[in-house]
Design a binder for this molecule. Sequence first.
Ligand code: HEC
Ligand code: HEC
Ligand code: HEC
Ligand code: HEC
Length: 579
Amino acid sequence: VEDSPIMDPSTKPDASPAPAPAPSTYSLAFKLAALGLVVVSALAGTGLARWLREPAPAAQPPQLALLQWPKPDTALVLTGQMHGYLLPCGCSHPQIGGLERRYNFLQMLRDKGWSLLPLDIGDVAQKESAARLPNFQGLIKYRYSMIGMDLMGYKGVGLGEYEAALPIDKALGEILNSKAPPVFAGNLPSIKEVGLAKDWDLIESNQVKVAVTAIIGSHTEAHIKDNTLKFSKSVDALTAIGKEMDAKKPDYRVVLYHGCLTCGKWAQGKESEPVEMAKAFPWIDTIICLTSESEPPLNPTVIKHANGRTTTILGVGHKGRYVGVLGLYRKGAAIETKWDVVLMTEDFKTPPEKAAQQPIVAMMEEYTKELRDHRFPDEKTGQKKTYLEMAPQLKHPSQLAFPGVTPVYVGHEKFPEIADKDERAKKELVCASCHRKAYDVWKSTPHSHAYQTLLDAKNPGNRQFDPECIVCHTVGYGYESGYRTAARTPKLMDVSCESCHGPCSEHVKKPDDAKWYPIINPFRAPEDEKPADKAKRHGRIGEFCMKCHDLDNDVTWSMVGFPAKWKIVFHPSSSDRKD
Ligand code: HEC
Ligand code: HEC
Ligand code: HEC
Ligand code: HEC
């Protein structure tokens, strides 16, 4: 896929959450996995696979195990590894996750009279932005996520590799003037000294005293390339913090631990870091750790200590799709617990009539307005630019195909400035003059109004200014001569011919020059194609489509299947050509 000349959007944007079974053979899936975005494997057993096939009818109260619990004295609400997935993009249904639904879920528990103590392990924002943009969007998202968590009454958030990628000082600077929950960093003395984070705290929730700290484990530390950060060893930090905690006599002790059960040392056949910590510090009641899989583990890992105590190790998965709830029940001097992970399904969506009062809905509106309005100085010229305009423009593979010629994007119509769409189409079309059939098919598919979809988006609006949406809903964003802004490149709105065929100026200039054909269409069926070869070719086309119809954005892809989707967009040049 990598070097296919008609390959499009240069990077995978980190837009929004959604579950999807990952066909492990896709190089795309591997790429995403490498980015830490998607590692889905065992959906079966989580109930998710079934749920995907049979979307729960909306407006029906979700059937949650925890709603059958007796009311806990307090409940820890545990989240983390959101990776910038603030809100489902709405590209397909049903998508899962998002701060808005999380808010509604917590409100539902509070309405039942529950007292909650929400904590987030960290890895809040994305490490990289769409289309190789400088990751200002990650910083902005970090701020809005922290504001959102503050609105939900979070009492603490950890720091990890994803914050370090922002990097940490910028992330913490970003929230200096915002309302945000306290940040915990138990083994980052340099951050604590300057007053930007706490090493631990005693938090009282409905008279249950919970001691909380956060630790960055050595495996994660090794991945953090920021030599301004000074770490202390997790063992030393926990020893010191444990003593301080003891003096305050907490009822329950929680460690937000950046180390995971199934990576690092575990991959070398050794005990994983969280297990190691649990064994070394029997006073820890619960460790919330990272998971390498995007689904949380089905069952907690429980470590039994010689003194009869236990330490429970929990994970909550990625992208904010799940919210973990640990009910705490006083039983004499001891605390008993109940654990559940709740999938943030469409059941938790804000009913339209309540949207105006929903604080996260309002916050997301602010977020997209900020992306629209903020101006960034260009590194070289100092000229102020919108975020959208800052995308570096790389060479598309077609632009490298023949030395000395650089095809540019021409768009499918010549007079995009004419306001009326139909008038415009009558004037002059670029490709349709020779490829009318292909054009007519394309016109009838949703690809032809993909930009309008962004203009029409509500709650939040202004999506046409968000690179994380633009990258798949326009032509050639992030490539030389590709989409920039509506004003500068009106010809390149929508998912048009060159979204798939690449920049075509040279072909339009010399339509008979056959050397360009395989460049603009590497998927052409050879004469007398054998069924097995056709299946392979279709496989390649399908992988190409999944650049945009990926696991997050198009959750229907694997259910509907490539053949059905291809049938809708297939545009043979002659009507007797069957595919
Ligand atoms: C990785 C590519 C990609 C990105 C990024 C992306 N989209 Fe999409 N979008 C798609 C695809 C593919 C579809 C069609 C899904 C399908 O086939 O069901 C779609 C469909 C949609 C639709 C549904 C249109 C309809 O008529 O049902 C909306 C709304 C939408 N996108 C909004 C957004 C927003 C808002 C963003 C940014 C937050 C965004 N998209 C980012 C690829 C993307
Ligand atoms: C002046 C006529 C003309 C224009 C304008 C034109 N083409 Fe073509 N195109 C041709 C001819 C001729 C061929 C080669 C014969 C064929 O495959 O139909 C071709 C072939 C193609 C092929 C198939 C190559 C192959 O081997 O399968 C693609 C894809 C294509 N054109 C896309 C476009 C796009 C996209 C545009 C607009 C940006 C465009 N063309 C504009 C005449 C034109
Ligand atoms: C550049 C990104 C991009 C590529 C590449 C792409 N699509 Fe799409 N596709 C979209 C977007 C965006 C939408 C949603 C348009 C809207 O409604 O706003 C969409 C919608 C669709 C739809 C209609 C919704 C649905 O799922 O029924 C079909 C069918 C479809 N695409 C098929 C394909 C196929 C087949 C390919 C590969 C040959 C492909 N697409 C390649 C971005 C892309
Ligand atoms: C969603 C991606 C996508 C879009 C959008 C798209 N194409 Fe294609 N097109 C393909 C793929 C994939 C093939 C190869 C399939 C094949 O040759 O059978 C193809 C094949 C073609 C061919 C060769 C067909 C043949 O029978 O020889 C032409 C010509 C063509 N496209 C022109 C266009 C034009 C013109 C537009 C815009 C009006 C357009 N395409 C939009 C993906 C796309």
